[in-house]
Design a protein around this ligand. Structure first.
Ligand SMILES: Cc1cc2nc3c(=O)[nH]c(=O)nc-3n(C[C@H](O)[C@H](O)[C@H](O)COP(=O)(O)OP(=O)(O)OC[C@H]3O[C@@H](n4cnc5c(N)ncnc54)[C@H](O)[C@@H]3O)c2cc1C
Length: 471
């Protein structure tokens, strides 16, 4: 590129100031990525003026619950995500490693030191201007500050005026305020001798190789009543004061059903009607499992959204027949959560269909977790950088961890925030020999999927960030 073109690229860069709303995990990643690539940023954060009840410190990128940024194992979903984030220059991982505390295979951090260091890096960057202010209309603020692009990264506890602006401007009815998540189980960890395929009220398909859509775990009376008692007794996550639980009757957590009466679940999510066993008998109750992906490598426990604490879920759900050695890819939860129906309102680069200069990043797009949210901050910032330099958005292959997250939220019929797990990546084919190796099959699959992801990502990365930009 000649000097004139360089000058005009630099000029257009300085004319393309970006407003980032929310200095959480996604917002700080996006702001620093852009600044490190020569883009001016205004970063607006509400917590000093109006902290939400989950926030305990004044600094940025607060980890509101656990201090873990999850696994570092390169052959895990989180390990893959970290590899991809590092390639994009992740601030969260850079500071995470600086402030790490011993946690075995996981990257856990001193949360105060982590948040303070992130704040220091952001505040010391001459291209980032921080405004401590609740944003209720990002377009008005962007105009006042001379910003041509906006990233909204206001997280699962977005303040009410901004939520209202989103509903009115980009989301309409495709907007969610709270989230009830059912657990997802790894298909390889189930004991199929105790389970059977059958769709409710439909005959079992006779054609060889064709399965019904649902897998069922039948229970007799004694098993069912013991299970319901265990749900009632299990320890639950207490509601935080900002989470005034209001449940839709059609979407009640299974433990609330259990508390309402021993038979409530049997007439709802555990109802056996139309699910006759292969011998024609009707079980007393049934847990239904629905495929999470086309490959059938993961199953969702239908209607099993729950407030049980994570270890309690593992303990109680492993008493379901066939679940004795179940490995959960995602556990259930119920909490306040602001997120969009991305498939309906966003383009693949996470710009809004209704207003393409407004982008969304972080948990609000429909991913879940600290690192997942941060990774989407990097993804969106890199797409804006491309736009500023006159490049088309780049589609990330779904074999990569970030590509898999993007693909998940953009194709999910019923949006439900997800963390990164191998169930979101296309399955890898195994040789006959590898398939027969039951003991190591799962490990081999993960290793192969990880190798494939790294190879695709290494080829993609130089194309993601335009080559003439960099610091
Ligand atoms: C109670 C709770 C506990 C969680 N625990 C975990 C956990 O243990 N592990 C995990 O991996 N994930 C957890 N999550 C999920 C989630 O991934 C994290 O909340 C993550 O921080 C999301 O990143 P984010 O950048 O999208 O949003 P956040 O990190 O929440 O950042 C959003 C920022 O935007 C600011 N903001 C909001 N509205 C406005 C406004 N109008 N104007 C300006 N600024 C605004 C907020 O103050 C905040 O600083 C939890 C979520 C919640 C709600």
């Amino acid at each position: 590129m000649g000097q004139n073109a360089m000058n005009s690229a630099a000029e257009s860069v300085t004319n393309n100031k970006v407003l980032v709303v929310g200095a959480g995990l996604a917002g700080t990643e996006a702001a620093l990525f852009l600044a490190r690539h020569g883009i001016k940023v205004v970063l607006a954060e509400s917590k000093k003026e109006k902290p939400n009840p989950a926030q305990k410190i004044e600094t940025m990128a607060e980890l509101v619950c656990t201090n873990s940024l999850k696994s570092k194992d390169p052959n895990s979903g989180h390990g893959l995500l970290k590899h991809e984030m590092k390639g994009l220059g992740s601030l969260v991982l850079e500071v995470g490693e600086m402030t790490a505390v011993p946690a075995g295979d996981a990257l856990a951090v001193d949360r105060v030191a982590f948040s303070e260091k992130i704040t220091e890096v952001i505040e010391n960057n001459p291209l980032i201007e921080v405004i401590n202010k609740e944003v209720s209309n990002p377009e008005v603020l962007a105009e006042q500050m001379g910003c041509g692009h906006i990233i909204i990264a206001s997280g699962p506890l977005t303040t009410t005026p901004l939520e209202q602006w989103m509903v009115g401007t980009v989301a309409k009815e495709d907007f969610y305020f709270y989230d009830a998540i059912a657990p997802v189980v790894d298909a390889d960890s189930l004991d199929y001798s105790k389970l059977y395929y059958k769709d409710r009220h439909k005959p079992v398909p006779e054609e060889e190789g064709i399965e019904a859509d649902y897998l069922n775990a039948p229970m007799n009376k004694e098993q069912y009543e013991t299970f319901i008692a265990a749900l009632v007794e299990a320890e639950k996550v207490p509601a935080q004061n900002f989470e005034d639980y209001k449940f839709f009757e059609s979407c009640l957590p299974v433990d609330i059903m259990a508390e309402r009466g021993v038979d409530t679940a049997r007439f709802s999510c555990m109802k056996p009607i139309g699910l006759e066993l292969p011998n024609g008998e009707l079980p007393y109750a049934c847990v239904q499992l629905r495929k999470e992906n086309l490959e059938g490598s993961a199953f969702n426990l239908v209607g099993f959204q729950t407030r049980l604490k994570y270890p309690e879920q593992v303990r109680v759900f492993r008493t379901i027949p066939g679940f004795e050695k179940a490995s959960f890819l995602h556990l259930g939860s119920v909490h306040r959560n602001t997120f969009l129906n991305a498939r309906k309102v966003l383009n693949w680069d996470f710009s809004a269909k209704a207003k393409p200069h407004i982008y969304f990043a972080g948990q609000i797009t429909g991913v879940e977790g600290y690192t997942e949210s941060a990774s989407i901050g990097l993804y969106v910032a890199s797409q804006i950088l491309r736009k500023i330099h006159g490049h088309e958005p780049i589609l990330w292959p779904k074999e990569t961890a970030i590509g898999a997250l993007v693909n998940y939220v953009m194709t999910s019929e019923k949006p439900r925030p997800s963390n990164i797990n191998f169930g979101l990546l296309p399955t890898v084919s195994l040789t006959k020999e590898q398939r027969r190796d039951r003991k190591n099959r799962k490990r081999i699959k993960k290793r192969l999927a990880s190798e494939r992801a790294r190879a695709i990502y290494d080829d993609l990365l130089p194309r993601v960030i335009p080559e003439f930009v960099g610091t």
